[in-house]
Design a protein around this ligand. Structure first.
Ligand code: MCA
Ligand code: AMP
Length: 509
């Protein structure tokens, strides 16, 4: 057996071939046998269009069973899966494709014309498409293809996926994840969260980030579980399906939105076993309200694209709100100062981590990779943390200048560069302020060039950003000032801006 993660999945799939793998809201179901067949045909299609082992396959499509099959087909064909958020605009996609140089790009047919030009310019030789209902040039004529039955041999350290994560400099970096990284994390989570026969996962997360793909899907696949598959989070649909589910994973916004509903009740979740939250801090208040309403203690865990999951509150011991629990069994964590001095319990510093889940570095960026690792192999997460006397990890803030909105990361620098490039903008500062629904909301302060003050409007700047940036990165509000608040060193005082504008979205849903 090689190190290809798909071989491990196949063992489970063949043992469960008659069992349901995916069920859509309208009841359409694929068994594990049908899933295996579809994945084999898609792997054949990828090979047919010239994909070779180690080639990147970039995919920017809406969530569908076929999108999940394509992900698995990449593994079977020995390719490297490169998921892209469907919110990314043309200019953003252009950057990812020119950086990663994929052999094949699968896009949404509704954007095929725009994206085919971009992909062509980036040197992509095979451009296919897939719509939200599973049709497109990727799947055309699939039934006539013989399913690939073999799994391309891969070393455990070979790349399985590249996931882009934005960076402090404004440029996204491709985190390279190996088959070992994904497999170790999936097995660890499967065990730690007690996956068992009969578990049904309510899957409402997007498929193009670590949470929905490697955490939710991989654990369910390893368990041979059924996934109730929603194209996106929709409180009505979640409420309708919860009585048939056993496990749900979500970002805090999911839980905030459910609690707003009067029909989200104790009785509705009688069949549930586990609710997991992550990607952004879950407010202790939300945790308490959820427990009061349902009797369930949400299990909060912590992770990042570069390492998958790192810590988790326990399944069978006390889950502590406001903490992210203990390091996963095969993961080491420590808290250190900027200079690398390791700190004691209860002292606040930057969390550093090491384990089989830790990525192989940033694609094409060896210097950036080197900067973020200690000589003994620990990775510097950029999250401020402390480990308390009982060993629970608390994330207490971020050393990196990062906004997390509804579970999506936004690096202010990228938004500032976009604003600064707009005619009439002298400079800008982008910061996050509290938002009831999204946790934090992207907000900007802009200084106009002399004489151009009247040419700039809030709406004009937001619209201009939207042509360049994904919607979730686009500022929800823009304020104007004569100068940015700076300290004596000339550094923009973002903490000051966050405090000054903290009430901007008060009451916003
Ligand atoms: C959508 N919009 C947002 C967000 N999502 N604005 C700010 N933050 C967001 N997260 C904007 C759109 O641009 C649009 O704006 C408007 O909201 C409606 O869009 P729609 O897609 O209908 O929004 P929604 O359905 O309400 O989506 C909110 C959501 C979604 C359900 C919270 O964003 C979501 O599923 N988030 C999950 C993210 C995730 O999976 N993160 C994991 C990353 P306009 O109308 O103005 O254009 S992995 C990770 O972080 C690590 C590894 C970890 O630990 O998990
Ligand atoms: P990403 O770059 O999308 O992988 O996001 C990773 C970042 O999300 C981490 O570095 C943390 O800042 C944040 N994060 C993930 N889970 C949690 C959590 N449970 N509590 C606080 N922050 C979290």
């Amino acid at each position: 057996m090689s190190g290809n993660l798909y071989e491990s999945f196949l063992d489970v799939f063949s043992a469960n071939s008659g069992a349901p793998a995916i069920e859509l809201a309208d009841g359409t179901t694929w068994t594990y046998g049908e899933l295996t067949d579809q994945v084999g045909r898609l792997a054949r299609r990828l090979v047919e269009v010239g994909v070779e082992p180690g080639d990147r396959v970039a995919v920017q499509v809406e969530k569908s069973p076929q999108a999940l099959f394509t992900y698995l087909a990449c593994f079977q064909a020995g390719a490297v899966y490169l998921p892209l958020n469907t919110a990314y605009t043309g200019p953003e996609v252009a950057y990812f494709l020119s950086d990663a140089r994929p052999r094949c790009f699968v896009c949404d047919p509704r954007r095929a014309e725009e994206l085919a030009t971009i992909a062509g310019e980036a040197g992509v030789t095979s451009i296919l498409n897939l719509d939200p209902t599973g049709f497109g040039t990727l799947t055309d004529g699939l039934e006539a293809l013989a399913p690939m039955t073999e799994v391309v041999e891969r070393d455990p350290d070979d790349l399985a996926a590249i996931c882009y994560t934005s960076g402090t400099t404004g440029r996204s970096k491709g985190a390279m994840l190996s088959h070992r990284n994904l497999e170790s994390n999936a097995r660890t989570l499967h065990g730690t969260w007690g996956f068992q026969d009969g578990d049904v996962l309510l899957h409402a997360l997007p498929l193009f980030h670590v949470h929905g793909l490697f955490v939710a899907s991989n654990t369910a696949l390893l368990n041979g579980s059924k996934m109730l598959f929603l194209p996106k989070f929709d409180a009505d649909q979640v409420i309708r399906l919860l009585p048939r589910a056993r496990v749900m994973m979500g970002v805090p916004t999911f839980y905030v939105r459910l609690l707003e509903r009067d029909d989200f009740t104790h009785e509705l979740v009688a069949n549930m076993r586990l609710f997991v939250s992550g990607s952004a801090p879950l407010q202790p208040e939300t945790w308490r309200q959820f427990k009061e309403r349902t009797g369930f203690e949400i299990l909060e865990r912590y992770g990042m694209t570069e390492a998958g999951m790192i810590t988790s509150n326990p399944l069978d011991a006390e889950r502590r709100p406001g903490t992210v629990g203990f390091p996963l069994p095969d993961v080491q964590v420590r808290v250190a100062k900027q200079d690398g001095t390791v700190l004691d319990r209860d002292e606040i510093g930057i969390l550093e981590i090491k384990g089989p889940n830790l990525f192989q570095g940033y694609w094409n960026k060896p210097e950036k990779t080197a900067e973020e690792f200690r000589p003994d192999g620990f990775f510097i997460t950029g999250d401020n943390a402390k480990i308390d006397a009982r060993g629970y990890v608390h994330i207490v803030g971020r050393a990196k200048d990062l906004i997390i909105s509804g579970g999506y990361n936004v690096y202010p620098k990228e938004v500032e560069l976009t604003l600064d490039a707009i005619d009439g903008v002298k400079e800008s500062a982008v910061f996050g302020v509290p938002h009831k629904d999204f946790g934090e909301a992207v907000t900007a302060m802009v200084v106009a060039e002399a004489g151009k003050e009247n040419a700039l409007t809030e709406k004009g700047l937001i619209d201009a950003c939207r042509t360049q940036l994904a919607g979730y990165k686009t500022p929800k509000r823009v304020f104007f000032a004569d100068a940015l608040p700076r300290n004596t060193m000339g550094k923009v005082q973002k903490a000051q801006l966050r405090t000054d504008y903290e009430d901007t979205f008060q009451g916003a849903a």
